[in-house]
Design a binder for this molecule. Structure first.
Ligand code: ATP
Ligand code: MG
Length: 350
């Protein structure tokens, strides 16, 4: 096309503890890493996904852009949490054009918000169980939420070109790095306040859910029960020692929170099985900061009696060792899962 230029947007995953930036060159199965970095946010700036201090987030984004020497203006971002509703529904089959027209009215009965307050999107999954029906993945996101996040990047001087949701970014990252595997695989992204769950059957997403569970649980328990500061709690979470902290006590607190979170995951898997009538989850891939909590993956795999692994979103991405610090990449990789999935998106790609 005459006026189209090939844009490789930057991706920003604006989490409550870290903003992650990834830029990828290429398409299909041929990506290479162009930019990668992250910047921490203080705990009170974004709380449970709600932007409390927009100014400080935009300032942090600007700082990250400067540090990474970013020239690109186009940005892909994502939203998650309770403002996002993803549902697999069966409706009368129609063309994509007809569906685009009527999806808003179809969606009304499936979402707990007023239809005027949400943006609705859809993806056809295939034919429904009965003749003349189609299975459709319905996505509704509260306009407020989109506006808040879009304004953050606009205030940092960027131009938002795609707003995705965490769960789909995870699925894209997974397909790139792990291919399409048969069986039931659960992708978990466990950050500070939100856990995204995306369960795939033979590579197709059949259940998604965001629940408010994450690494903050550890911080809160350590602060409350061991009287630690936020900073010291962060150190304990990383497995570092803190002067004056009772090793046995903090280990006990950490393990109890892990058991709690694993219990929540177990309940979500049970819910998944009872609502979809599906087989057991066979494999779990974990991303997000909680994948790095000492003992987390081990406990998860023991309690659920399944294979649990930490995600590496850079497995199938070319990384030039001259431009990137290999130690930083491997150490931070689980936190970059959503940002990598976002960085795979191209304008007009679906
Ligand atoms: N090396 C590490 N070891 C243990 N815990 C870590 C490590 N790095 C980060 N964390 C914890 O993981 C969480 C941050 O992970 P992540 O960046 O995935 O969350 P986020 O995207 O900022 O949060 P959310 O999406 O929930 O708003 C924090 O609770 C942090 O304390
Ligand atoms: Mg996150």
């Amino acid at each position: 096309m005459l006026f189209s230029k090939k844009i490789e947007p930057i991706a920003l995953d604006i989490g409550s503890t870290f903003i992650k930036l990834v830029q990828l060159k290429g398409t299909g199965k041929n990506y290479s890493l162009v930019k990668y970095g992250m910047i921490p946010l203080p705990p009170e700036v974004i709380v449970e996904g709600a932007v409390m201090d927009a100014n400080r987030v935009s300032e942090a984004i600007k700082e990250l852009l400067t540090a990474q020497k970013i020239k690109t203006k186009e940005v892909v971002l994502s939203v998650s949490g309770s403002s996002v509703i993803i549902k697999r529904v069966t409706i009368a089959d129609m063309t994509d054009e007809e569906l685009a027209e009527s999806i808003k009215w179809e969606a009304e009965q499936y979402i707990p918000f007023s239809i005027d307050d949400v943006n609705v999107d859809f993806q056809k999954l295939g034919p429904g169980a009965a003749e003349g029906q189609a299975d459709v993945l319905l996505v509704a996101v509260k306009k407020d939420k989109i506006n808040d996040y879009v304004n953050l990047v606009k205030d940092a001087g960027l131009e938002p070109v795609i707003v995705d949701v965490d769960a789909f970014a995870l699925a894209n990252m997974y397909e790139l790095n792990y291919g399409v595997e048969s069986g039931i695989t659960a992708l978990l992204n466990i950050g500070a306040s939100v856990m995204n769950i995306n369960i795939l059957r033979d590579g197709v997403s059949i259940f998604t859910r965001d629940i408010t569970v994450g690494g903050n649980r550890y911080s809160e328990a350590l602060q409350r029960d061991a009287g630690l500061s936020y900073e010291d709690a962060e150190k304990i979470k990383r497995g570092e020692t803190v002067d004056g902290a009772d090793h046995e006590q903090v280990t006990g607190i950490m393990n109890a929170v892990t058991e709690d979170i694993v219990g929540e995951i177990q309940r979500s898997f049970d819910f998944f099985r009872s609502t979809t009538g599906s087989d057991m989850v066979g494999r779990v891939l974990v991303s997000g900061g909680c994948a790095k909590i000492p003992g987390f993956i081990k406990t998860l795999s023991e309690r659920l009696e399944i294979t649990a692994e930490t995600v590496n979103p850079f497995t199938n991405i070319k990384v030039d060792p001259k431009n990137f610090d290999a130690a930083f990449i491997s150490e931070s990789a689980p936190l970059a899962a959503v940002a990598v999935g976002l960085a795979m998106r191209r304008i007009g790609d679906r």
